[in-house]
Design a protein around this ligand. Structure first.
Ligand SMILES: [Fe+2]
Length: 320
């Protein structure tokens, strides 16, 4: 087993141990924290080779709760990768890493039947799930060795840019930067890995969905930075939209992506199909996008819009 695989295995087993013991009514102890620090130090030491391991960890799922233990490990791994690529020191990064690893600790006290449900959750179960940030916070709030930034990551990791998150006790604008990073890693990890009720999204599709969350779940600029730093390298810098796919600008203009540019991925070459007054216009000459792309349609959605445009053009031609 390589060093990175051993580190990830240690993170997995530590998560399992903590999760089981908290679930049995015990408290988080200093011994647990020492083990977590040992794992995070190991992870920090071999982050350079992390990307493929983060991508393939889901194949190690061997038991019902495994997705959860892997989630602790993978979110910490994504944040580890992000902080290293941003040039942070271990001391600066440690509270982020610990927050990333422990952010879902409250799940240890949620009914396992609800947590591992293979069906869409009813309102009651949903309310239970939404208690996990507060439950997790209660587990750590009196521990002196845990930094406030870590406690905040546990309590606020489901707050959203548009205020639609929970527990909504702190507006997104007032959340510390470190916490927003944990929130983004949490969502990206969930998209690229399997859950009990759905399969993992293919990487390009996961990145497209993540991109479309900018301005809703996350601050768009921060999302671009996160995607640029860890999301795209995870996909080996392949563009997550392709020529022929459609996108929408902040003005409402709909464009066809003609050519994606790996280095300048936010500014592909595009042709305008629908202008900002929602009028279908003759396809413009391709040019590099200077405006901001805020939404990328899936292949199926793109094809549907293109069919609609073709039908409209045909009926306009007939009537003229
Ligand atoms: Fe969570």
């Amino acid at each position: 087993m390589s060093r990175i695989q051993e580190a990830l295995r240690l993170g997995f087993l530590t998560a399992k141990k903590i999760y089981r013991e908290l679930g049995a009514g015990r408290n988080l102890s200093d011994q647990h924290l020492l083990k977590v620090e040992e794992f995070l130090r190991e992870l920090w030491g071999c982050t350079a080779s992390l990307a493929p391991d983060v991508r393939h960890l889901h194949s190690q799922q061997i038991e019902t709760q495994a997705w959860l233990y892997n989630h602790w490990v993978n979110v910490a791994a994504l944040v580890c990768w992000y902080t290293q690529r941003k040039g942070m020191s271990w001391e600066e990064a440690y509270p982020l890493l610990l927050g990333a690893y422990l952010h879902d600790i409250g799940y240890a006290r949620i009914d396992e039947g609800v947590l591992n449900s293979r069906h869409k959750l009813d309102e009651n179960s949903m309310l239970q799930i939404q208690m996990h940030p507060q439950i997790g916070y209660n587990l750590v709030k009196d521990m002196k060795d845990i930094d406030d930034a870590v406690k905040q990551a546990i309590l606020f990791h489901h707050e959203r840019f548009d205020g639609e998150g929970y527990p909504t006790t702190l507006p997104y604008g007032r959340l510390p930067f470190s916490l927003k990073i944990v929130g983004m890693a949490d969502v990206l990890e969930a998209l690229i890995h399997e859950r009990t009720y759905r399969k993992a999204y293919p990487l390009a599709e996961a990145l497209r969905l993540f991109f479309n969350m900018g301005g809703h779940e996350f601050d768009r600029e921060l999302m671009h930075d996160f995607l640029d730093t860890v999301g795209r390298p995870l996909a080996l810098n392949l563009p997550f939209y392709r020529s022929g796919q459609l996108g929408r600008l902040a003005s409402g203009t709909v464009v066809s992506i003609e050519e994606a540019h790996s280095a300048n991925w936010l500014h592909p070459t595009v042709s305008v199909l629908i202008n900002n007054k929602r009028e279908i216009v003759p396809r413009s000459e391709p040019s590099v996008l200077s405006d901001e792309l805020i939404f990328i349609y899936s292949h199926a959605e793109s094809e549907k819009i293109l069919r609609h445009i073709a039908e409209k053009r045909a009926s306009m031609k007939k009537s003229s």
